[in-house]
Design a binder for this molecule. Structure first.
Ligand code: GTR
Length: 334
């Protein structure tokens, strides 16, 4: 015989199950919570664009997807975050193509110094058929590139003197992003390269672990590197695209309709980022100048460019399959 206590318990269980079922019927399907990685602080052009992306996706999917952006690389440094997005532990991210090279070799083409002549050329080429080839290479590694952001041109800066010729790089300890190509790049100029996470650069400049680094105006300013390394020399050696990427597993779970919404939101975010970028680059330039930074032009960039030839030669020798991608980009700028 059942005791009263057991009967009550069973009764309760039935009620709970019934209520649970009712709740399941009455409530809308649970929203997908997406975690998004961002290296930059709030207010940076990329951060603003990522926030717009998240808002547009939440609104247009009527809450089926709720993306949240985590700024300031709180979810890990870039190489880590790339792996996390590949495995689906993170859902989306804005990645610079620099640290992508070790994982997706084709993207190393974008890291060949001086491969793009201007940000405008980079946008035009990445928005076309060549950009799709890079997107395919990323997709093979479980990253869906939905749109391309800009990151201006990267230039060298250091704590000691203006760089006007490769000789000025001689002996300088320069931080580079995590990619062997950049180590070779600094080697060819006679400096010593140190691959290092972005978050460690400020302290390393301050304590003299490194003498310099290289980046665009907005990053040079927002990271505070300009406070310590006050010579910014316009070598403009790298014009790197960045992707708004989604984890393949997150992407394939979406309905066709939601994929359309997400892609459109990513394209809109790229347009916004590119516009904000121009404004921010100007502001950052003025801000660093006011703080006493000495910016110098590099009159003859071709000397730097010539020094990069062995990197191109070695790269093509190692990756003959990528030779046509290199020449297609070069020919598209003639
Ligand atoms: C920035 C870029 C970041 C990161 C950083 C770095 O310009 O937007 O994604 O690559 O440079 O130097 O590590």
């Amino acid at each position: 015989m059942l005791t009263n206590k057991t009967t009550n318990f069973r009764h309760c269980l039935k009620l709970t199950t019934a209520t649970g079922l009712l709740a399941m019927v009455a409530l809308p399907a649970q929203a997908e919570q997406w975690r998004g990685w961002n290296i930059h602080p709030p207010g940076y052009p990329n951060s603003v664009a990522l926030e717009s992306f998240a808002e547009e996706v939440a609104e247009k999917t009527e809450g089926r997807v709720e993306p949240k952006v985590y700024h300031n690389a709180v979810l890990g440094d870039q190489p880590d975050a790339i792996e996390q997005t590949r495995s689906g532990a993170l859902d989306f991210a804005n990645f610079n193509m620099g640290p992508m090279g070790p994982i997706v070799p084709a993207t190393n083409v974008l890291s060949l110094p001086f491969i793009f002549s201007s940000p405008e050329d980079m946008y035009r080429i990445m928005d076309g058929e060549i950009g799709e080839r890079f997107a395919d290479a990323l997709a093979d590694k479980n990253l869906i590139a939905l749109s391309w952001f800009g990151s201006g041109a990267r230039s060298l800066y250091n704590t000691d003197h203006p760089v006007t010729s490769p000789e000025d790089v001689d002996g300088l300890k320069v931080r580079v992003m995590n990619n062997d190509l950049y180590v070779q790049m600094i080697d060819e100029l006679g400096g010593n390269a140190t691959p290092m996470a972005y978050s460690e650069v400020y302290q390393s400049l301050k304590t003299g672990v490194i003498d310099g680094a290289e980046n665009n105006y907005p990053s040079y300013e927002s990271s505070g590197h300009y406070e310590v390394a006050q010579y910014y020399s316009l070598t403009e050696h790298l014009i790197l695209p960045e992707c708004l990427c989604i984890a393949k597993s997150t992407w394939t779970e979406l309905s066709e309709e939601d994929q359309g919404i997400v892609r459109e939101a990513a394209e809109n975010a790229a347009q916004e980022q590119r516009k904000l970028w121009e404004e921010q680059a100007q502001k950052s330039r003025e801000m660093v100048l006011e703080s006493g930074v000495k910016i110098n032009e590099v009159d003859d960039k071709s000397v730097f460019q010539e020094k990069m030839q062995p990197i191109y030669d070695a790269f093509i020798q190692e990756h003959p399959d990528l030779e046509s991608l290199v020449s297609d980009i070069q020919n598209a700028q003639k």
